[in-house]
Structures are given as C-alpha cells and as structure tokens.
Design a protein around this ligand. Structure first.
Ligand code: NAD
Length: 429
C-alpha cells in the first residue's frame, strides 16, 4: 500500500512525533485505506492528502499585567471542491498545524458523507483558555480573527465552536469580522447564540446527532441501556441529557477534573449544575468516583468518547467492554485500537458520522438564511434526523456489502464523493 504524506509546514514536524502529528498520520492512514478501495490514482490521492490552504499566524496578546505574549494560531482549509469550507476553532495548548490539518480533513469527509455542500476546514490557537481572563480571551480571539481574515467569510470558510471555544467566542469572531467589513455579517460564523444569526439550539446539534447515531446503531428499544460518556463539555453534556431523555441510563461521566459513576443512573441535570458551579464533575456527592481509565473500560452498552483525540488506544482497547462506541469526539480512536475493537466485535460509529449533527444544522441554518425564513426547532430536528439516518443507513449498507467496518465504509463514501467532485470539476488551469 502506498503511504500518503503531507508536506510539513512547520519545523516542529521534524521533532519527536507530537499528538497532532499522530492525529494527522491516522487521518492519512484512513484516507489511504479508502483510496485503495476506490482505486484512486496517485494524483488524486495527493490532491486529497494535501490541504488547499494552510495559514499559520502569530497572535500577540496583551496580558492583564501589561506583558505581551505571542501564541500560534492556524486555519487550514483542507478541501473546497464540494463547497465553501466549514469547521470549528479550537483553543487548546497542544494544538498544532498537524492536528488542525487532520481535523480539517475529517471535516471534508464528514460533509461529503452527510451530503451537505461544504468542504472541510479547522482552526486552532495553541493556548489554554482556562489560563486567560475573559478580557484576554476576547483580545486573543479578535486578534486571531484579524490574522485569518483574508481567508474566512460566509462564502469562503465559516468557523464554528470546538474544544475550548463557545458561543461567546463565536460572537467575538462574528463581531470582529463585521467591524472589518463595515456591515453585519452573521453568516461568517455558525454555532453562535440564537441572536444574532444563530439557529435555535445549534449548540446542542452535534449531541442530538450523537443520540440519533447511537439509537440507530443500538436498534431495538433504548430503554434502560447503559451509557458511559467521556467528556462533559459542549458535546458530552447535552449528549448525556438527550440519551437520558431517550430512556438510556447514563451511569458514568468524566471530564478533565475526574470521573463519577452511579450504576442506577446519574441525574444528568443535577450533575451539569454541579459541574457548572464547581468547574467540573469532580467531587459530585451523589455518585461514586472512578478513574478516567476505568470509565473507558466499564461494562456498559454504549461508550461515548466526547473529549479529545486518541482516548482509545491499542493498549486500552483490549479492556473496552462496551458493545458499541459512538464517537462524539473527533478521532478518539487510534487506527491500532480500531483493529483491536473490530477483532473483538465492538461496533464503532465513527466520528465523521456520529458527530455530523453540528455541521448538518449549520447547513439547515444557511438554508433558512438564504430563503429568509425560520423553521421551528421541531422542523430542524426532523430534517437533522432524516439526514443523519440516511447517512447512517448508507454507511451500514456499504459496510455490510463490502465486509468492512463502519469507519472504513464512511471513509469510502466520503472520500469517494470528494474524488468524484474533483473529477467532475477537472484541474485548473
Ligand atoms: P469542550 O471543550 O466543550 O469539552 C471537552 C470536554 O472534554 C470537557 O468536559 C473536558 O473537561 C473534557 N476532557 C478533556 N480531557 C479529558 C480527559 N482526558 N478525560 C475526560 N474528559 C476530558 O469541547 P467540545 O466542543 O465538547 O468537543 C469535544 C470533542 O467533540 C472534540 O473532539 C471536538 O472536535 C468534537 N466535536 C465537537 C463539535 C461541537 O459542535 N462542539 C462538533 C463535532 C465534533
């Protein structure tokens, strides 16, 4: 099998293998596998492995004590052949250009798999948002937007929230872009608050998609099925709520502060209130504690990784006892872990399928804006469900027909659709 490589854009690529580089290697491995199955020629493989645009920026930030720090920021547009780029912006100390490239590539396949007319992008700033004051965060966000301004825009590339960013960040991005444009441009972002310019409950859309994927994969009644969730942020916390609403028992939850368990089912709202008040699930009195690793190894029906990449590795996958993994996070399972889980008969609903709800609702938001009309939350939900279930069923069919995993099938479909668009458009000049 040919191995795909992407030209490195920073000297860091030659240093020891960073988690970001590992994420990119995993993304290229998945592309490679799909390209083999689709029998793509070398030129097309190289096109698909290479980001169209990759912008690295230095972001100076004035600290409260008067010091000035400089942090690194990135915006990568992996592919725009099927439509304008879309993708979140992440604030995390570990973020580098490789991680952002891997995530942008995943967005490309995700949009193609869902059938929404977008390409894939991602952005990131290497900082720990918890170490900055609100004013520092606002300054760094606005300055980052100024630096990436030439390549974003409603017709070009639309940012959304991701790890370490939220509706407030999105509002600053929208406002900074609009101030530069000289008129309001609500369509430059998605995933902001309902006013200005956001769809009702876009914030919970990814998690609603996770629920749809989980219930489709479970088949039968969700009543009483046990669930463990890693990560209690923008994806994990609402996913817990939605799965509990569907009748599942959410028995364990972790975040960066710790992990808690109640075999009879956690009171998700109470835990969320505790987490918001204290900064995390740690110390929650109405449950027992367990370690982060123990949560991943619980004997539950469904495990939802909804934190960071690389949570399930070749090493700990052998101890996973859940029958079904629904990936709320991006790339939480390494390729080595995938092999172990497939051998053990564990079903994995891959990230590009399971967490597509956010970008699908962004697309529905854009459709409403274009037609200057508003659908009710119920209408948006019905459309989200239709698109998610179609994508799930198509993936499951390819998986069964070709005897491959759901992840491999999802990549064959996503990569195949993007390759088709390349062929149709041809190469300029
Ligand atoms: P977030 O920052 O809101 O939440 C992340 C959560 O993970 C937090 O609760 C944090 O405490 C927890 N966490 C971090 N390290 C952990 C660890 N080692 N063990 C347990 N918990 C840990 O981020 P988010 O927006 O919820 O994103 C989570 C994942 O979902 C990311 O991979 C992101 O790319 C993916 N995703 C998010 C969206 C979205 O709409 N926000 C859409 C698609 C995919």
């Amino acid at each position: 099998m040919r191995t795909l490589t992407v030209p490195s854009t920073t000297p860091a690529a030659t240093a020891s293998v960073s988690p970001g580089r590992q994420a990119l290697d995993a993304a290229l491995f998945q592309l490679d596998q799909a390209a083999d199955r689709l029998d793509l020629d070398d030129s097309l493989r190289t096109m698909l492995a290479t980001p169209r645009r990759s912008l690295a920026v230095s972001v100076p930030v004035r600290r409260e004590d008067g010091r000035m720090d400089v942090v690194q920021g990135f915006r990568v547009q992996h592919n725009t052949t099927r439509g304008p780029a879309r993708g979140g912006i992440r604030f995390h100390p570990r973020t580098d250009v490789h991680e952002v490239t891997a995530l942008a590539m995943g967005m490309t396949w995700k949009c193609a798999l869902a059938g929404v007319p977008y390409g894939g992008a991602k952005g990131g700033v290497s900082l720990d948002p918890a170490s900055l004051s609100a004013r520092e965060l606002e300054r760094v966000t606005r300055r980052y937007v100024n630096e990436v301004l030439p390549i974003i825009g409603p017709e070009r590339d639309v940012p959304a929230p991701d790890v370490g960013t939220d509706e407030r960040t999105i509002t600053w991005i929208m406002d900074t872009y609009s101030v530069n444009a000289g008129y309001p441009v609500p369509g430059v972002t998605t995933g902001g608050p309902v006013t200005p310019g956001g769809a009702p409950d876009r914030a919970g859309a990814t998690s609603r998609g996770v629920r749809i994927a989980a219930l489709r994969a479970l088949g039968g009644s969700p009543e009483g099925r046990t669930v463990a969730i890693q990560g209690f942020g923008k994806v994990g916390a609402p996913a817990a709520r939605y799965l509990a609403d569907a009748g599942c028992l959410v028995v364990a939850v972790s975040d960066r502060t710790g992990a808690v368990i109640d075999r009879s089912g956690l009171d998700v709202d109470d835990l969320r209130a505790w987490s918001e008040e204290t900064g995390g699930v740690r110390g929650y009195r109405r449950a027992d504690t367990l370690s982060w690793e123990e949560l991943l190894e619980l004997d539950v029906d469904v495990l939802v990784p909804a934190a960071m990449e690389g949570a399930i590795t070749e090493e700990n996958a052998v101890r996973v006892r859940a029958g079904l993994i629904v990936e709320g996070a991006s790339s939480p399972t390494t390729p080595g872990a995938d092999r172990v889980l497939a051998d053990a008969g564990v079903t994995v609903v891959p990230d590009i399928l399971a967490n597509a709800g956010g970008v699908i609702v962004s697309y529905l938001e854009w459709l409403q804006d274009m037609q200057a009309r508003r659908w009710s939350a119920r209408e948006v939900d019905a459309r989200l469900r239709g698109i998610m279930e179609d994508a799930f069923d198509t993936t499951a069919t390819v998986s069964a027909e070709c005897g491959i995993t759901l992840r491999q099938a999802a990549h064959v479909i996503g990569v195949g659709r993007v390759a088709e668009a390349h062929r149709a458009r041809g190469l300029h000049p």
